[in-house]
Design a protein around this ligand. Structure first.
Ligand code: PPS
Length: 320
C-alpha cells in the first residue's frame, strides 16, 4: 500500500463524533515520497486529513496521468483557488468570457481528488482523465500526495496561499454550508489540531515553498491579488507567455472583481432552488474580515498555533 491510514483518536474529535458530521474522517500519510524534490533535510511527510473515501481512490490517485500541456492550480482550501482558477482559465483561453460564463468552473477546471473526500456523484479522477487537452486541473493535495507523474512532467502550476486566520474563517463557513454541524469555536479547535480536510495547513504551504528545481510553479498570495490585481495578472500573463491589450485587461479585471465572481453562477456554487440557504460559497472576499469575525481568544489560539507549527522565522513570513 502506498498510503498509511491513521485513525483519529484525539479526544476533541472523539467527543464530537456524530455531532459535527466528521465521523468518516481519517488521516492519510504517503509512504512513497523520495521522488518529491524538496529541500527540507530528512523530510518525512505528515499525515493529512481525508475521509474514508480516500481508500477507494488510491489507485486513481497514484495512476493519475499528467500531461505537459496541463495547467494546475494548487492550494490549501479557501485560499482563493476559485479566483485564481478563473484568472488562469481566462488568460490561457484568449479571454473567452463567453465560454467562461457558459460552462461551470468544475467542468472547465476539474477538481482532481474531490472523490477522495466528498460524496461526489461521479469519479472526479475519471472526469479529469477524460477532459480534453489542454486540461486545467484544481487540487488541494500536499506535495507528498501529488501523482508521481506530476514530478516527471512538471506542468505549469500556480500555487496560491492565504493568511491562516482568513482561511480558518472561510473554511468554517464553507464546511457549515455543505455539512458541518458544530460551532465556529469547535471548528477552529479541530482545525488547529489538523482535523479538517487537507490539513495540516502550514505543512502544505511550507512544503510547496521548499521545492527545488520547480520553475514550473508560480507562487501567488490571496493578499497580493486583493492589493493590486493588475500586477498579479501581469505576472500570470508572463508565466503563460500571453499578452493582452489594455482594454482587454480592463475586461478581465472586471470579470475577476469580487462582485462579478459572486454574481457569476458558474463560479458561485448557488443552486436556484437550494433548500439550504446558508452562507454563499463566494462569501466576503476580505483580507482582514477575521478581525471582526473571530474573538480575541480565537485569534490568540490561531496565532499560537502558527508559532508552534512554524518555528523557522523564514517560514513564518509565509503566514503573515
Ligand atoms: S475552495 O472551496 O477551497 O475552492 O475555496 P477558494 O476558492 O479557495 O476560496 C474561497 C474564498 O475566496 C474568496 N474569493 C474572492 N475574494 C476576493 N475577490 C474575489 N474576486 C474572490 N473570489 C473568491 C471567496 O469569497 C472565499 O473567501 P471568503 O473569505 O469566505 O469570502
Amino acid at each position: 500500500m502506498a498510503f498509511e491510514y491513521i485513525e483519529i483518536t484525539d479526544p476533541l474529535f472523539v467527543q464530537n463524533l456524530g455531532k459535527c458530521e466528521e465521523d468518516d474522517y481519517l488521516m492519510v500519510r504517503a509512504k512513497q515520497y523520495s521522488h518529491v524534490p524538496i529541500k527540507i533535510p530528512n523530510w518525512v511527510p505528515q499525515a493529512h486529513c481525508f475521509s474514508v473515501d480516500f481508500k477507494n481512490h488510491e489507485k486513481d490517485l497514484l495512476e493519475a496521468e499528467v500531461y505537459p500541456d496541463d495547467v494546475w492550480v494548487i492550494s490549501y482550501p479557501k485560499s482563493g483557488t476559485t479566483w485564481v482558477q478563473e484568472m488562469v482559465w481566462c488568460i490561457c483561453n484568449d479571454l473567452n468570457f463567453e465560454a467562461a460564463r457558459a460552462n461551470s468552473l468544475q467542468s472547465r477546471f476539474p477538481f482532481l481528488e474531490a472523490s477522495s473526500f466528498a460524496p461526489v456523484s461521479f469519479n472526479t479522477y475519471e472526469y479529469a482523465r477524460n477532459t480534453p487537452r489542454p486540461r486545467f486541473i484544481k487540487t488541494h493535495l500536499p506535495v507528498s500526495m501529488l501523482p508521481k507523474r506530476y514530478w516527471e512532467v512538471k506542468p505549469k502550476t500556480i500555487h496560491i496561499r492565504r493568511n491562516p486566520k482568513s482561511v480558518a474563517v472561510s473554511y468554517f463557513f464553507h464546511s457549515e454550508r455543505f455539512f458541518y454541524k458544530c460551532s465556529m469555536d469547535t471548528f477552529l479547535r479541530s482545525f488547529v489540531r489538523e482535523h479538517q480536510f487537507f490539513s495540516p495547513y502550514h505543512a502544505h504551504v511550507i512544503e510547496y515553498h521548499e521545492l527545488q528545481g520547480c520553475d514550473n510553479i508560480l507562487h501567488l498570495t490571496y493578499e497580493e491579488m486583493k492589493r493590486y490585481l493588475p500586477a498579479v495578472v501581469r505576472k500570470v500573463c508572463e508565466f503563460f507567455g500571453k499578452s493582452y491589450s489594455k482594454p482587454e485587461l480592463e475586461l478581465l479585471y472586471q470579470h475577476l472583481s469580487f462582485k462579478s465572481i459572486r454574481d457569476n453562477p458558474t463560479l458561485n456554487r448557488e443552486k436556484p432552488n437550494d433548500p439550504i440557504k446558508t452562507t454563499p460559497f463566494i462569501r466576503k472576499g476580505e483580507t482582514d474580515g477575521w478581525k471582526h469575525e473571530l474573538t480575541p481568544e480565537q485569534i490568540h489560539m490561531l496565532d499560537e498555533w502558527t508559532k508552534e507549527r512554524v518555528p523557522n522565522p523564514e517560514h513564518r513570513k509565509l503566514f503573515e
